[in-house]
Design a protein. Structure first.
Lengths: 253, 335, 300
């Protein structure tokens, strides 16, 4: 069993002439929360999409628990215990909250013919109900996903990802657009998932309040290159990080 | 936001009796089901052979609609070659009967399988495309198939059409619509149950996931392309079986009735019934089929009324007949 | 087949192909301009052509009006009819908030209504022919034989296409149409009146269909089902990339030529099959068509 659940070596992604990510490395320790931060356009989402196998890197290697998954199709990642959420919400809009999470359990709902054909495969429904309970979505069980408010939609994406029973949970800006109270609840939930259930979490995030509160380790990207890595404390005081963010502030001003 | 949440019925679950967790089957639905069973059972004792012919034809359209529902309604893939698979089914079962004297249950199975296999092959190529491109590619395939039906004289009889010898099972021969009716009813019920089973299963759920968001489906571990091809193959299988059902009570087939118009007729039925719902597919086939039948005597009016119905539905009942009735009766407001 | 004959066939095929192709190009243009601005494949395009043909026939034969009145009147009627359909019907369909395919189904509805209506008037019962606009005389170009009528068709089609492209490129309305085609939301933000642009686009499409009808009707027998000719327009549009206007024109000429060459070199039975094969081939080998842009990566 490798020490690092996820290891990315020498990842480079080019779109046409543009190098979005340049020779990037990251190692995510088992059972930790690891944050990937950086200014807009730093290449965080591109990296994230490579790891979840939605984009194909130009060069580099992605290892999951020591096994090379660089050429795996995206749809096998769930089976390998990798779940993800989406920056711009990709819910099954017309379907109910319950059905959304049931689809998350897709890889577990098969197994036998009986289970594959059954509307309520053994064990799966209980788990789904449990996840709804845990994310506070039980009252909305039969509501169409697109009719939920934004905060609940984000939670639904999380619940759906958890239905995969992931080893590695990839969260693309889970706090974006949430109110402070909701962020606090997310903070508690993610910490709990990691500490009590041992789910390893890699998140891309802009909300520093959340990143600093829950991360064990933080990696900072700028212009597609890693500029710093360390504990939240270390990263916060790193001059190059401050500069990267200040530069962005200036650009925005 | 609030009032929306309250009024929206979960479409995909609402028409699957027994799936909802707090499963109290509404009385209306039971009554409707009982009425349907009674009608189907008593019909042969009450009406003429011609009416039974119409009933048979309507049930064939029900099965066609169920097939198209799987690929368009459940999976969201606009494949428009349904009439071609229907034709493959008719010719396959017709020829299996004509040339080899196969018993009809066997030729029915063969018809479904041949159509399904062609569907899988075509789907593997066509489903790399989506939306309008998929629609046009399958449309072109459908038209090309109709050309094949018209020009492969040795097999299909070409423009002269094909006489279909009576369906047989041992010494028993189906010689009238009345004799065919029980077979057609049983097949329709079987195909309906199969549709419900698929829709409720993990497979159906993966179809709907693909319809709603391909990227999310992929992230949930659903092999999207395979799901689409499966849906398309199943839809072709249904169309093939529908074709073989037609061959049990019909003595003659001409390629003219296997063109785009027929595909559009089936599409119209599921849209008028309500896209995405099994009840809509069945109801749409029956309601719209009956309308066309009543208007058959006056083709020009038939076309005008047909067109006006389509336009009217799209303007004022965009989610189909059943959603429309539900909204009006329930007084709910839809978002 | 000797080489001489093959060369003769080739010349004839290309000449005839360019002539019918010019009409297919107009049809493709009419389809693409709507699709580009509203993502709706207009399945009633063929019936719009058919209806325009019958309007012209009615005015010309039954009302004995001179051609110089009939032509603009027909084009105007088709423009108005199509624009009104967009404004009164499709606007409501779009507002009704169903599936995007509902707009397409509504155009199918229109195609039934138009066909039924023409049948109802009785004109459609018997195939009729439209009097030619000029007396056809045979002319040899190289070894290919064409008629004066053919040349008038080709010339008119080219003039109409040129006018259309000029309008699309240089007028304010044309620029607004392009903006709507690229990004409707942004276009609205910069003050483009979407309803108005959609109406004009449909009107133009109807007008072009009417021109196509006037050009093709003398060469075919008119029936209520003649709208099926639009399949060739769809084939042309696909070959050209479905969202490219120049592509539609090139596609139209290509389909016309392919169709004629297939007829001359293979068998006339296969002519009707040619466009469908072309559609399938193009979509399988190069789904974006000859002029379509690169398929973009979906951002997640």
């Amino acid at each position: 069993m490798a020490d690092h659940l996820l290891q990315v070596d020498d990842l480079t992604v080019k779109f046409g002439g543009l190098t979005a990510v340049n020779r990037f490395d990251i190692s995510v320790q088992r059972g930790t929360i690891h944050a990937l931060i950086g200014p807009n356009g730093a290449g965080k989402s591109t990296t994230f999409n490579c790891i979840s196998r939605f984009y194909q890197p130009t060069t580099g290697r992605i290892l999951l628990d020591g096994a090379d998954v660089t050429n795996m199709p995206a749809s096998t990642m769930a089976r390998l215990g990798v779940a993800r959420t989406f920056q711009n919400l990709e819910l099954f809009g017309e379907l109910t909250v319950f059905e959304n999470v049931m689809i998350g359990a897709h890889v577990h709902a098969g197994g036998t013919w009986r289970n594959a054909l059954s509307a309520r495969p053994a064990g799966v429904v209980e788990h789904v109900e449990h996840l709804l309970e845990r994310t506070g979505l039980t009252p909305y069980r039969n509501t169409s996903a697109r009719n939920l408010d934004f905060g609940h939609q984000k939670l639904l994406e999380l619940a759906r990802a958890l239905a995969i029973r992931p080893r590695l949970l990839l969260l693309d800006e889970p706090a974006a657009g949430l109110r402070n109270r909701e962020i606090a609840a997310l903070d508690a939930l993610l910490t709990d998932l990691c500490r009590r259930e041992g789910i390893t979490i890699l998140l891309v995030e802009h909300v520093m309040q959340l990143v600093m509160a829950i991360s064990d380790r933080v990696t900072v990207l700028n212009f597609g290159t890693k500029i710093a890595e360390g504990t939240p404390e270390e990263v916060r005081n790193d001059p190059s990080v401050i500069e990267a963010y200040l530069g962005q502030e200036m650009a925005h001003a | 936001m609030r009032d929306k949440t309250a009024a929206v019925l979960p479409r995909s679950e609402a028409d699957l009796p027994g799936l909802s967790a707090r499963s109290s089957v509404p009385l209306g639905r039971v009554a409707l089901l009982a009425l349907a069973v009674a009608t189907l059972a008593l019909l042969p004792f009450a009406v003429t052979g011609y009416v039974l012919y119409i009933a048979n034809l309507l049930l064939v359209f029900v099965v066609l609609c169920l097939g198209l529902h799987l690929v368009i309604g459940e999976s969201g893939q606009f494949a428009l070659a349904h009439a071609a698979f229907y034709g493959i089914g008719i010719y396959t079962s017709g020829l299996a009967g004509n040339a080899f004297g196969w018993p009809f249950p066997l030729s029915m199975l063969l018809a479904g399988l041949v159509a399904g296999a062609v569907g899988v092959v075509i789907g593997a190529v066509a489903l790399r495309m989506r939306d309008i491109y998929l629609a046009l590619a399958t449309f072109a395939f459908g038209e090309a198939m109709q050309w094949v039906f018209l020009n492969w004289d040795q097999v299909t009889g070409g423009p002269n059409g094909l006489r279909i010898s009576p369906a047989r099972l041992g010494a028993f021969e189906i010689l009238s619509d009345r004799q065919a009716y029980p077979v057609v009813v049983v097949m329709t019920v079987l195909m309906l149950l199969l549709t419900i089973l698929i829709s409720r299963s993990r497979l159906g759920r993966s179809f709907r996931a693909v319809r709603e968001s391909e990227v999310a489906a992929m992230a949930m571990g659903i092999p999207v392309r395979r799901a689409k091809i499966t849906a398309f193959g199943l839809s072709a299988f249904f169309a093939g079986v529908a074709g073989s059902m037609f061959a049990t009570f019909s003595t003659y087939i001409h390629p003219d009735s296997l063109g785009f118009q027929t595909t559009i007729l089936v599409l119209t039925m599921i849209v008028v019934g309500g896209l995405g719902s099994i009840a809509g597919a069945v109801g749409g086939a029956i309601v719209f089929g009956l309308i066309s039948e009543f208007l058959r005597q006056t083709p020009s009016y038939q076309e005008i009324i047909y067109g006006l119905i389509l336009i009217g539905f799209m303007m004022y009942a965009p989610r189909g007949l059943f959603a429309f009735i539900r909204d009006k009766v329930g007084g709910g407001t839809r978002g | 087949m000797t080489l001489d004959v093959a060369f003769l066939f080739l010349q004839q095929g290309i000449a005839s192909g360019l002539i019918v192709g010019s009409v297919y190009a107009l049809l493709a243009l009419a389809i693409v301009v709507i699709f580009k601005t509203s993502e709706v494949p207009n399945f009633s395009q063929g019936e719009m052509v058919m209806a325009a043909g019958y309007i012209a026939l009615y005015l010309l034969v039954f009302q004995s009006l001179p051609l110089w009145i009939v032509m603009p009147a027909t084009i105007l009627a088709a423009f108005a009819g199509a624009a009104l359909f967009r404004r009164l019907i499709l606007n409501q369909v779009a507002r009704a908030n169903g599936s995007p395919v509902n707009l397409v189904i509504a155009t199918l509805g229109l195609s039934y209504v138009l066909r039924g209506f023409v049948r109802q008037t009785g004109f459609g019962d018997t195939p009729r022919s439209f009097p030619p606009v000029v007396e056809p005389e045979s002319i040899l170009i190289g070894q290919a034989s064409v008629t004066t009528l053919d040349l008038v068709i080709l010339a008119t089609a080219i003039v109409v296409m040129a006018a259309f492209f000029w309008m699309f490129k240089y007028t304010k309305t044309g620029r607004a149409m392009r903006a709507v085609g690229m990004n409707p939301k942004a276009a609205r933000l910069v003050g483009v009146d979407l309803t108005r642009i959609h109406m004009i686009v449909w009107g133009l499409s109807g007008g072009i269909s009417a021109v196509a009808a006037l050009l093709i009707s003398p060469k075919v027998l008119m029936t209520a089902d003649m709208g099926s000719i639009v399949t060739l327009g769809f084939a042309a549009a696909i070959v050209g990339g479905f969202t490219s206007l120049p592509g539609a024109v090139v596609g139209g000429f290509l389909i016309g030529i392919i169709e004629n060459l297939v007829g001359l070199f293979i068998t006339s039975r296969a002519i009707v099959l040619a466009p469908f094969l072309a559609i399938m081939l193009v979509l399988v080998i190069r789904p974006q068509g000859l002029f379509g842009g690169r398929v973009e990566i979906k951002k997640v």
